[in-house]
Design a binder for this molecule. Structure first.
Ligand code: PLP
Length: 463
């Protein structure tokens, strides 16, 4: 037994060598800052945030070993050592034949769907992440979400709420049998848009078998493959004695390729991967990569970026790291649940999702309760989360009337290795205070908005 297993406190399995100061603002200052940002937290300067839980994407802290590896990055235009080192690490983990770097996850998606998507094509997934869906729809192909019903029920405690609905997938495959309408099937691990919920190995195997039966390639959206592997180890008995790396290797053995944003589980600030086995696809991908990202041995990344990425992939499968990562996210979620704040359960890997519709029933969906909560959290404590609800995903019907989203969530995403337990304790304290006065919170209205992806730049005011 490791010495930290006797105690309840989750100690960070790292020490801090370098620090960044946090600018401590006052509530009065933050009221002005928020007003000047038109109540949109994306428009606030990061220097005015105390604890930034906007996203876990590219916001992680690199290790000394990663910074050290960066100094040894080889910046040769073609055939740099850093590419071949990274390729070896990725192949050891995934056994894929073709390994292409990209500048981030969506670039891998754009190239993959640029090659395989077009009008009339259909691409199923448990739940497409927003950039994945957008890149598919940009080719005029159709993106379909087929997550199991438990995955859509915020209160369900099912351990693998990211699972693919195998019956629905079979029905879709049957419907298009004998056509080439479905160029590939995707599976997102963990299911980011569904609350960071994992997919079980059993479900990955079933998805694989079905894809094989219908001869449809299976691709993973593997951004959080290590967090998903950790959940498999803890929740699927067969894997309790396997290492995270062994579990990850088995997961990748079932797919024909994957896209990955390295800004998540590769713990770098920028980077992505597009990897697969198909030689014919490789010719097309390579052409597109060279056209839009860069030569095939750097694909939009510096040599030093690939060196850090390779080291990040070695570190992320360490069990002590993942134990701390998953437990510290659950620590925040459990404390808030205990305080009576409703949320998506079980707690996912990278974030907690507060159910603002349940917490603030007096604010209608089209007055954006989760945005109101996000603003209050910033005013009271300088904490930044992100609304995932009708402000982000609301749409207009054919008469121009706004249709609300199905859920009104406030996501608090945890950057990797950045904040300590005392930062999280502070967030808990702020949320408890906000919860105490929740009846006084008021709705919001949009005063100005662009036609696409409005949450990034729209302006709001209290309703
Ligand atoms: C972040 C993310 C992406 C897109 O990656 P970027 O690096 O932000 O372009 C795709 N899929 C999932 C599941 C993600 O979490």
């Amino acid at each position: 037994m490791k010495s930290n297993e006797n105690f309840k406190t989750i100690i960070e399995p790292f020490r801090i060598k370098m620090v960044e100061p946090i600018n401590m603002t006052s509530e009065e200052e933050r009221k002005i800052i928020l007003k000047e940002a038109h109540y949109n937290l994306f428009l606030i300067k990061a220097e005015n945030i105390i604890v930034d839980l906007l996203t876990d994407s590219g916001t992680g802290a690199m290790s000394a070993a990663q910074w050290g590896a960066m100094m040894e990055g080889d910046e040769s235009y073609a055939g740099c050592t850093s590419y071949y080192d990274m390729k070896a690490v990725v192949q050891d983990l995934t056994n894929m034949k073709h390994i292409y770097p990209t500048h981030q996850g969506r670039a891998a998606e754009r190239i993959l769907f640029g090659c395989l998507g077009s009008e009339g094509k259909i691409i199923p997934n448990n739940t497409h992440f927003d950039t994945t869906r957008a890149n598919i729809e940009f080719t005029k192909a159709k993106a379909i979400d087929l997550v199991i019903d438990e995955g859509k029920n915020a209160g369900s405690l099912f351990p693998f709420k990211g699972n693919m609905n195998i019956n629905k997938l079979r029905a879709l495959f049957e419907e298009h049998k004998g056509t080439d309408n479905i160029p590939l099937c995707m599976l997102t691990i963990t299911n980011n848009s569904g609350g960071g919920q994992p997919v079980s190995m059993g479900n990955i195997r079933d998805t694989r078998a079905l894809c094989k039966e219908f001869q449809i390639p299976l691709f993973l959206d593997a951004c959080r493959f290590a967090e998903n592997s950790y959940f498999i180890k803890k929740r699927e008995e067969e894997f309790s004695n396997k290492t995270i790396k062994e579990i990850a290797q088995e997961i990748f053995s079932y797919c024909d390729g994957f896209t990955m944003s390295a800004k998540k589980d590769a713990i770098v600030n920028m980077g992505g991967l597009l990897c697969f086995n198909d030689d014919v696809l490789s010719v097309n991908v390579k052409n597109m990569l060279i056209l839009t990202e860069g030569f095939s041995t750097y694909g939009g990344l510096s040599g030093r970026d690939m060196a850090a990425l390779a080291q990040g992939l070695r570190e992320v499968v360490e069990e002590d790291y993942l134990e701390y990562r998953i437990k510290s996210t659950a620590y925040l979620g459990d404390a808030l649940t205990k305080a009576g704040i409703p949320m998506v359960l079980p707690i996912g890997g990278h974030a907690v999702y507060i159910d603002a519709a349940a917490m603030l029933p007096h604010i209608p969906a089209l007055e954006y309760p989760a945005q109101s909560l996000a603003c209050e959290l910033f005013i009271k404590g300088g904490v930044r989360g992100v609304e995932i609800g009708s402000f982000m995903f609301g749409s207009l019907d054919e008469n121009g009337v706004e249709i609300p989203n199905t859920m009104e969530l406030l996501r608090l995403a945890i950057p990797r290795r950045v904040y300590t337990q005392s930062h999280i304790d502070y967030v808990i304290e702020v949320l408890k205070l906000v919860n105490k006065n929740k009846d006084k919170l008021k709705g919001m209205k949009i005063t100005k908005q662009p036609s696409l992806l409005r949450h990034f730049s729209a302006e709001l005011s209290p309703a």
